[in-house]
Every structure is written in C-alpha cells, then in structure tokens.
Design a protein around this ligand. Structure first.
Ligand code: ING
Length: 310
C-alpha cells in the first residue's frame, strides 16, 4: 500500500486593491470547503494570496507598503482560515507578505508556510529569486517591484517531514531556476509547493509573452521530473488591477506529467490523489544522485567564466 495524499490546488482569481483581508479569507475558506468535499487532505494557495499583487505598482509611502504585509501569522484577519482548517481537519500551504520585526528592524519578505491540520506551522520559506526591478519604470504598463518591496529570502530552501512525506516550497520566479528544485530534491522532497503571480505580458521581453503558459509548465514539469517530486503550482490569476495574469494552476507528477490543471482564470479547486512513492523508481534509477551525480566535475566547470580558450 503506497503512501497516498490527496492534495488540492486552490487557484485564486483577481484580488482588488480595495478588497479586504476578511473578504479574501472568506473566498479562501470557500475554496477550502470545496477541496475538503473533494477529499483533499492538504489545500495549497498561491503566492501573496491575501492581497492584490502590489509589486505591480510604485509607491514611496511606507505606510501604504506596510499595509500589504502581515505582522503576525496567524493574525486576527487570518485566524479564521486556521480555525476552518482545524475544523475540517486539513493542512494547507499559504503564500503571504511577511513583515518581520524579530531582529529589531523592519524586514519584508515574500513568504510561504506549510500548516498542519492542528494549525501548527510546519515550515516557512522566504522567496529567494526576486525578479523585476527596484526602480520606478513609469514608461512600462505595470511594474514588478519585488526587489524594492522585499528582501531576498534568508532561510534557504527547506524541506520538512509532513503528511507522510517530505514537503518543500518555492515561490513563483524560483520555479524558473533548476537549483530551487534540486536543493529540495537533495533533501528527498516528495512534494514541492509553488504559488505564483505571473503576468501574461513581460514588459522587458514582450516576445516571450506567447510562451508564458508553456514556460510555466516547462519549468515545473522539468523540476518535478528531474527531482522525482510532485510539484503543485498554484496561480493568482486573471485581470487584477489592470494586469492580466496567467492561470494554469496544476498538479504535476514526479514523472513530469500534468495530473490536473485548472481550466479557468478564477477561484477554482483541482485535486489529485498523489502517490508519494511514484518518484521512487526514478530516484533509484535515472536520478539516483549518489550513483550518477559528479559534483566534483561540476565544480571545475562552474569555476570557468567562459568557453575554453582556443
Ligand atoms: N512573477 C513572474 C514569474 O517569475 C516573471 C515574473 C514573469 C519573470 C515572466 C520572468 C518571466 O513568474 C513573479 N512574481 O515572480
């Protein structure tokens, strides 16, 4: 009898700048109930689930920026989500914007957590690959100011024993970098959760737009296959404050196949009964790191800064 876990991806449609946390949490609870009714044991929400994706616009008003962040998790506005999860007996993944004061100064991170059915936070991750720019670019149709509003994550890529397996997290742009998955694969991750807010249009490279959904799936399918892990990609989707974002939330098997995919750009739940042993034959053969990886040789290549001179 394999280790099975029913995982749901709870895709969120657009969140308005003026939408209250309470209203968003009500939407999230509705999705959690739908997922539970479909047999879900774990419900995964997107990156920065609680608010509109504010890095898409510029502000210098520090109080306005701080209003997009959570000082406590759970806090008064997110406690109802934790309470409902406990009532339903489900665990969840949550992406949110974290304001941390523990070091005596204000630090802001693009963060995600794993929470078990009792409401205990199993693990926390802070986004490492921050795309975009820190300067205001008024000439572009929208901004991506993650480098302005967030610090680079300082927790590395962690993996934790959870739900009968090993779970890890990456966030959005992290999914485009193979290292993100590999560091988790080296820790034996069976499942990797990845929320994202991805505009259809890429102002810096508009010719990439037509391949946005393809690159989304290519990145996550590759990461899943090359590290023998389930990858759960969860979008904040649709036209949000004038920025159209891709949907395509999906649950990907360790073989690299898409087991379930959302069909809308709205609030939508998909579920998959995940066999956590499905990656075993790959980890023991094709991707047997101990037998086949040769990091000592990689190190030599990495030290080179360009092609071998003639
Ligand atoms: N968003 C986008 C992402 O990596 C992006 C930014 C889009 C970068 C397309 C490169 C190409 O999906 C976030 N929030 O990282």
């Amino acid at each position: 009898m394999g280790r099975h876990l029913v995982i749901a991806a709870a895709q969120m449609g657009p969140i308005a700048r003026t939408e209250s946390r309470a209203a968003v949490v009500r939407r999230m609870i509705d999705l959690m109930r739908q997922a539970k009714a479909l047999g879900a044991e774990v419900v995964a929400y997107p990156e920065a689930t609680l608010t509109a994706f504010f890095p898409h616009w510029f502000t210098e008003d520090e109080d306005e920026v701080d209003a997009w962040f959570e000082r406590d998790m759970p806090g008064p506005q997110t406690q109802p989500l934790f309470d409902e999860a406990r009532r339903l007996g489900v665990g969840f993944h949550l992406g949110y914007c974290e304001l941390d004061m523990s070091s005596g100064r204000k630090r802001r991170f693009n963060t995600s957590i794993l929470v078990d059915a009792s409401g205990r936070i199993i693990g926390k991750y802070r986004k490492i690959h921050l795309p975009g720019h820190s300067d205001h670019r008024p000439e572009t149709p929208f901004q991506n100011l993650e480098k302005r509003y967030f610090e680079v994550g300082d927790l590395g890529f962690g993996a934790w024993q959870a739900w009968g397996g090993v779970a890890g997290m990456i966030i959005c742009n992290d999914r485009r970098w193979p290292e993100s998955y590999r560091v988790l694969g080296l820790q034996g991750a069976d499942m990797i959760f990845c929320g994202y807010n991805t505009p259809v249009h890429h102002p810096a490279a508009p010719d990439h737009d037509r391949l946005g959904q393809f690159h989304n799936e290519l990145s996550m399918q590759s990461g899943a296959y090359q590290n023998s892990a389930w990858v759960i990609g969860i979008a904040k989707a649709g036209m949000e404050e004038g920025v159209d974002m891709i949907a395509g939330s999906c649950i990907i098997t360790p073989t690299g196949e898409i087991a379930a995919r959302c069909s809308s750009a709205e609030d939508e739940v998909i579920v998959s009964r995940c066999d956590l042993d499905l990656g075993r034959s790959y980890r023991e053969t094709t991707f047997n790191f101990a037998r086949h990886r040769r990091t000592e040789h990689y190190q030599m290549i990495v030290e080179r800064t360009g092609p071998t001179p003639p």
